[in-house]
Ligand binder design. Sequence first.
Ligand code: KIV
Ligand code: ZN
Length: 511
Amino acid sequence: MKNNKNSNYIKIFDTTLRDGEQAPGFSMTTPEKVRLAKQLEKLGVDVIEAGFPAASPDDFKAVELIAQSLKTTEVCGLARAMESDIQTTWNAIKDAKKPRIHTFIGTSPLHMDFKLKKTKEQILEMTKNAVEFAKSLCERVDFSPEDAGRSDKQFLVEVIEVAITAGADCINIPDTVGYTQPQEFGELIAYLIKNVKNSDKAIFSTHCHNDLGLATANSLAGVLAGARQIECTINGAGERAGNAALEEVVMNLSVRPDFFNFKHNIETKEIFATSKLLTLLTGQKVQANKAIVGKNAFAHESGIHQHGMLANRETYEIMTPESVGVKSTEMILGKHSGRAALAAHFARLNYEFTKEEITEIFLKFKILADNKKDITDEDLHILALGENNEKRLEWHLKSYTVSNGSDKLAEASVTIKNSETGETKTAIKTGDGMVDAGYKCIDEFFGKMGELTHFGIDAVTTGIDDQAIVNLRIQTESGKIQSAKAGNTDIVKASLEAYLDAVQELKKHSQ
Ligand code: KIV
Ligand code: ZN
C-alpha cells in the first residue's frame, strides 16, 4: 500500500532543472546544471527532475551527467507518453542510484482536441502503453495527466486507474495553467484518492503553476487532502508565472507543524544558498519582497518594528533568518589564503577540480584577491563558472583594450585564443560605447549570429570592488535564443566573455 494518506512524510520533488529551466532566461549550461543538482542534493530534496532528455542532445547529456553524479537523490527524467521519449529518458537516467521516469499526457478537452487531436480512448491506450513501457525499464514511474485542473473528473479517474494498473507508483496532478483555487484543488485530490479504485497502490503528488499567485496555497491544499509529494522549484521558477516555490511550501510545513504535522527531508539552512546559486547561474533575481528568500524577507525598516524586534524578535519574526541559512556576507578567504584553503572551500561548495585545475584557478583567485578585499562564496561560484566556461569553449578571451571619451568614438581591440591550438586572432573596431565596439570585434571573428535582445549587469554582493555578473541573450533570425553569463570585477571583461560564450554556442549548433 503506497498511498499513505496516513503517513505524515511529504516527498519534495524538485523540478527547477526541468520546468524551471524551460522558462525564458533560466537556461543553464551542463556544468551549471550539475552544480545546481549537487546543491539540491545537499538541500535534501527527495527527487530531482533533471530535464527532458528527448528535447535535445544537450538536455540528454545534462540529465545523464546529473544521473551519474548524484549519490543519494532520485534522478527523474520527463518523457511524453511515447516509446521513443521514454527510451531516450531511460538511456539518460539509467546510471542513477535511483532512476525515475516521469511520463505525461494531456487529459483536458483543450489538450486532447487541439494539441493532441486524440479521443479519450486513444488517450487511455497511450497512457497504458507509456506507463507499461516505462515500468518495463525503470522501477519508479510517475504519471501526470497534464492540465488535470481543467480535465473532466470522471475521465481523470479512468486515466489514473489505467496508469496505476500499468505500474505507475506516483500520480502527479498538474494544475498546468494555474487556474484552480486552493479549496477546489484540495477537493480534486480528495476526489481522486476516493474514487480511483486502485489509489492505494500509488502516492498522489501536486504540480501547481502560479498564474494566479496560488501555487503554494494549492500545493498545501493538496497535501491536506492526501497528496504526499509536492513538485516545486527553487525561487518558484517555471513556465510563465512559475511553479510552487520549494522554499515556501517547505517553510509552511516547518513553521506551522501545529497546523500541518508533516515531516520532510529538507535541510532548511541550505535554502538561501540554493536560492542564491540559482540566481547566480541564471541571472534571474527574485523580487525584494519575495517570501523566505527575498532581500527584504527579514529586513525591519520602520521604527515601531525595530523597537519590537529589539525587545523580542518574535514580535515581528515567525522564523529566524538563520533557519533558512540567511547570514550577512561572510568573508571566507583573502589575499593571503593559500591553494589548500581555496581547494577546501571549492570542495565544501561541491566543485570537483583536479590539482592542475586548482593551480590555474588559484592564479585567477590571486588576481581577484588583489582587486577585492573579501572573497565570499559568491566570488568562488563566479570563479568556478569562469573556469567551466573556459573548459567548454574553443576560443577564449586573451586580452583586450578599450578607449572612450565624451568627444570620440569608443574603440576596442580584442584578442581571442584557441584553447587547443593556441592560435590567436585580433580585431579592432569602433562602436557605440566600449562594449558595443568589443562585440563588433567578436562579430568579426564568428560572423554576426543574431540580435542582442537582453543585456543586464548585476553586482553580486555590494561594494565598488565587487564582482558583477553580465547576463545576455542573443536571438537568431530563426528565433533560437541563446543566453550566457560571465562574472568579473571588470564589467567590460565580463561583457566580452559572456558574448564570446553565447556566440560560440550558437556557432556550434549552426554547424
Ligand atoms: O505543468 C505541467 O503540466 C507539467 C507536466 C509536464 C507535469 O509541467
Ligand atoms: Zn509544469
